[in-house]
Design a binder for this molecule. Structure first.
Ligand SMILES: Cc1ncc(C[n+]2csc(CCOP(=O)(O)OP(=O)(O)O)c2C)c(N)n1
Length: 491
């Protein structure tokens, strides 16, 4: 069936009863291609049903879907005319790993950096109203990306002017690593009250029996559930607190239900949020069982799920691992050292410190600005933060660095992983601008290691008393040395 879908228009010609089969084929195709040509895996598998339902229920590309981060949009790419190019994903001259309007009219906004979808989609929804169009706009955002400050700025602004924006919260309780923070706990609370779930079902049956609600009045039922839940559990719903109508939680893997809800909800005026529960890696058992590894697993055997890793023990190590090991080494000697990562503990290997010293290493969520200002607060009180941020994501925290850290000459260390060109992730992820944007800030020292030994020595140097922010920018990938574990020296 998938081979006959060359655009969402073809998809919309199918009967609703055929959509499950489309989902199955789409999932199999993603598994098959990615096993050979690696990319982001678990996120796209987790939103197959949502992708099919969105393109089925909405009139894309006239209606706009804005994918947050965009690493989950492989199904979207396949359904929107890029099926045959899909094997060129993330390769030079091939299609990109993230949505990009230059690549397709179905990619309504650029993606790559998290948490921008609500603001961008709100801008589009307001533009559509001002132009007198009936275009519908949907932002699809994961629970991880929802932790970003920008998402909250967007949410806060959503109800300030008339618009019909639909925000879909794709909640799999995972970022790359486990989702962290108060919002994540609040989402769990929203979905797990046993009393509520039992009473809800009984009341629903009662109302249906007495003709008070009809099967078709999905929107009403969902909202009724929410009010009931608030009443029973005395819980506040964060989204309703922002004056955005909340619907859910709903099973994000039931494509038929999703289509019905999306068709229903798109008729409603005003901004609204639909909360879906999904499983990252859905449909591929190894990925369901270890979502962090299978976020981007590299090549693998699609039958057995065995990952194909070429690794010998005396091989050079990843720069990120040198950082991770050296940080632990330094932190053992200096109790003032703390580690901070905005949602990339595995990606930057701060996991090493988290395991050995859990109370001194912090994953603060997808929140680069907060990570820098939080580090500045720690530094102001005499701690020595090693804050690790990918170079391109650091762009999000520019003013925090200037205003909160550099102007106060606070002693902190900023480690910029993935500095320079990063290859397959492409334009949104290249760490190509840091030298230019850092050099004009006062009270900042910028260093770039010659090799792995130098990275260690620079970290050691930065841990000695100094004034101001000490930045160490180092590349993605492996170094060249096998004997990097040398005694530390000051540079
Ligand atoms: C500003 C920014 N910081 C960090 C990242 C790295 N990153 C890519 S995906 C991701 C997790 C996203 O989690 P979620 O939004 O829940 O989507 P899921 O993968 O669970 O579907 C992170 C931290 C990023 N893309 N942008």
């Amino acid at each position: 069936m998938l081979e006959s879908i060359n655009s969402p228009h073809d998809l919309r010609q199918l009967e609703q009863g055929q959509l499950e089969q489309v989902c199955h084929e789409l999932r199999q195709y993603i598994i098959e291609v990615l096993s050979e040509n690696p990319g982001h895996f678990g996120s796209s598998l987790g939103c197959v049903e949502l992708t099919v339902a969105l393109h089925y229920a909405f009139n894309t590309p006239y209606d706009h879907i804005v994918w947050d981060v965009g690493h989950q949009a492989y199904g979207h790419k396949i359904l929107t005319g890029r099926r045959e190019l899909f094997h060129t994903l993330r390769q030079f001259g091939g299609i990109g790993g993230f949505p990009n309007p230059e690549e397709s009219e179905y990619d309504s906004f650029i993606s790559g950096h998290a948490s921008n979808s609500i603001s961008a989609a709100l801008g589009m929804a307001v533009a559509s109203r001002l132009k007198g169009e009936d275009r519908k706009v949907v932002a699809v955002i994961g629970d991880g990306s929802m932790t970003g400050g920008l998402a909250f700025e967007g949410l806060n602004n959503v109800s300030s002017q008339p618009n019909d924006l639909l925000i879909i919260l794709n909640d799999n309780n995972m970022a790359i690593d486990k989702s962290v923070g108060g919002l994540s706990q609040s989402l769990v609370n929203l979905t797990t009250s046993k009393t509520y779930n039992t009473i809800r079902y009984k009341l629903y049956l009662f109302f249906k029996k007495h003709g008070i609600i009809k099967e078709s009045s999905k929107g009403f039922i969902l909202r009724f559930n929410n009010s009931l839940k608030a009443l029973l559990t005395k819980q506040h719903n964060a989204f309703e607190g922002f004056n955005v109508r909340y619907f859910g939680p709903v099973d994000g893997h039931n494509v038929k239900e999703l289509v019905k809800i999306l068709q229903d909800i798109q008729q409603m005026r005003g901004p609204k949020l639909l909360h879906l529960l999904t499983k990252k890696g859905k449909g591929f058992v190894p990925a369901e069982n270890d979502a962090t590894i299978w976020h981007a697993p590299g090549k693998f055997n699609p039958e057995t799920g065995e990952r194909i890793i070429k690794k010998s023990l005396d091989e050079p190590q990843l720069y990120q691992d040198i950082f991770g090991h050296t940080l632990v080494e330094l932190a053992r000697q200096n109790p003032r050292i703390v580690g901070i990562t905005p949602a990339m503990p595995t990606g930057c290997s701060m996991t090493f410190m988290m395991h050995e010293m859990p109370d001194r290493a912090f994953d603060v969520g997808i929140a680069e600005g907060h990570a820098v200002t939080f580090s500045a607060g720690l530094a102001k009180e005499g701690m020595l933060p090693f804050c690790n941020i990918y170079s391109s994501f650091m762009q999000r925290a520019y003013d925090n660095l200037i205003h909160d850290a550099a102007l106060q000459q606070l002693d902190m260390v900023l480690c910029l992983d993935r500095a320079g060109l990063v290859g397959e992730d492409g334009a949104t992820h290249h760490g190509a601008l840091d030298l230019a944007y850092l050099r004009c800030i006062p009270n900042v020292t910028i260093a770039s290691p010659l090799n792995e030994i130098d990275l260690r020595n620079l970290m050691y140097t930065a841990s000695q008393p100094h004034q101001g922010v000490f930045v160490i920018r180092y590349p993605r990938g492996k170094g060249e040395l096998k004997d990097w574990q040398r005694p530390l020296h000051k540079r």
